[in-house]
Design a protein around this ligand. Structure first.
Ligand code: ACO
Length: 330
């Protein structure tokens, strides 16, 4: 059985910066509150680009760095909660078309909120290791500014736009060691974009009157469950694989809130050198946050061929997950 590996990473952040000072002009908030409660200083906003364009830019970079031809890719899977279109066509097919992947390949989207990239890793690993596919392109792409209510101070300060991508293929040396994904639907109402589905259809005027087409979050409840769940999940994957925190080169958590990251980091004794942080400059980019952070580590020279990474994420659903992998890129 071939072993699957992350052969490359790529990312794209749109150029427009929305600072905390800019948000002070939109809602009753302050730079001090945002920084203290979240660690976020600024986030990126895609002005004239749609989700598939962000994803396409990250994907092009990942393919180039993998050193393979586009014709060799035989599946693309995209995770997004802010896709180009509500139901269809998928953002994966749009990205495939934009970057000129060959016709006939498998292409589909998944929805696992901020845990999207961990779910993508598990799917791609299974496809490669079963022999069904040779090279799988995975993309987390978000234009969250299209589902954020910029009159709601409890959510609009948190989120930003961006994309990250990776090529998964066979590599015996630096494998994706383990991926764990999980969910619990009883918490669905705590983090939700209620409108425009079958429950609150877009045909119902109340959907827009009550602003149900935007993301809604009970932040405090999410916060408490996220810290407990992530700590337990990370401990479990390390114990299962007999790996201690000192052996991890890079701890790369989902970038939702600096306080959540610090709580997990402290409980597991990770040092600041091990922990990759991008939440200050990109905010929460949901499914794009982990690949954007991996890319940051790669471009800064911290992530090298063979580096052992621990990833973790938590998001709407609830969904959560973790992954242990050695980087297979050059
Ligand atoms: N500026 C100023 N005050 C604010 C703001 C703001 N932007 N937002 C909320 N407040 C106020 C509230 O109204 C409240 O005021 P009150 O005490 O008078 O009622 C007070 O600040 C405290 O509000 P809390 O919600 O209790 O603040 P908390 O410390 O919990 O921080 C936050 C809020 C940052 C949202 C935090 O709860 C959090 O990060 N939650 C988890 C987010 C997360 O991880 N989500 C999962 C991934 S996202 C995904 O899947 C798409």
């Amino acid at each position: 059985m071939p072993k699957a590996s992350m052969l490359s990473i790529g990312a794209y952040a749109p150029p427009k910066i929305l600072t905390n000072a800019d948000l002070e002009k939109l809602v009753d908030t302050s730079d001090e509150w945002i920084l203290k409660r979240t660690g976020i200083k600024e986030r990126r906003i895609a002005e004239n680009e749609v989700t598939s364009e962000l994803g396409a830019k990250a994907a092009e970079q990942a393919i180039l760095r993998a050193g393979i031809q586009k014709e060799q890719i035989d599946a693309i899977i995209c995770a997004s909660i802010s896709p180009d279109f509500f139901c269809m066509p998928s953002t994966a097919t749009a990205i495939a078309h934009r970057i000129g992947l060959k016709s006939g390949i498998t292409a589909f989207d998944i929805s696992a909120a901020c845990t999207g990239f961990i779910y993508l890793l598990e799917l791609a690993k299974s496809l490669v290791e079963s022999g069904a596919k040779k090279y799988v392109l995975i993309v987390g792409a978000e234009k969250l500014s299209s589902i954020i209510d910029y009159t709601d101070r409890s959510t609009c300060v948190l989120f930003g736009d961006g994309a990250g991508a990776a090529v998964i293929g066979a590599n015996e040396e630096n494998e994706i060691i383990d991926v764990h994904t999980a969910s619990d639907g009883k918490y669905g109402d705590l983090l939700i974009t209620p409108g425009c589905g079958s429950v609150y259809p877009s045909s119902d005027p109340l959907t827009f009157e009550k602003r149900l087409n935007y993301l809604h979050m009970s932040g405090n409840e999410v916060f408490k469950i996220a810290v407990q769940t992530l700590t337990r999940d990370v401990v479990e994957i390390m114990q299962k694989n007999k790996i201690s925190s000192e052996q991890i080169d890079l701890f790369i958590p989902h970038q939702a809130n600096l306080r959540i990251i610090d709580a997990v980091k402290q409980r597991l004794n990770f040092t600041s050198e091990q922990c990759v942080l991008t939440v200050d400059k990109y905010g929460n980019t949901s499914s794009a946050s982990i690949p954007m952070a991996i890319n940051e580590a790669y471009e800064s020279g911290k992530l090298k061929n063979g580096s052992l990474m621990l990833l973790d994420a938590f998001g709407g659903g609830f969904t959560w997950g973790s992954a242990l992998l050695k980087f297979g890129g050059k």
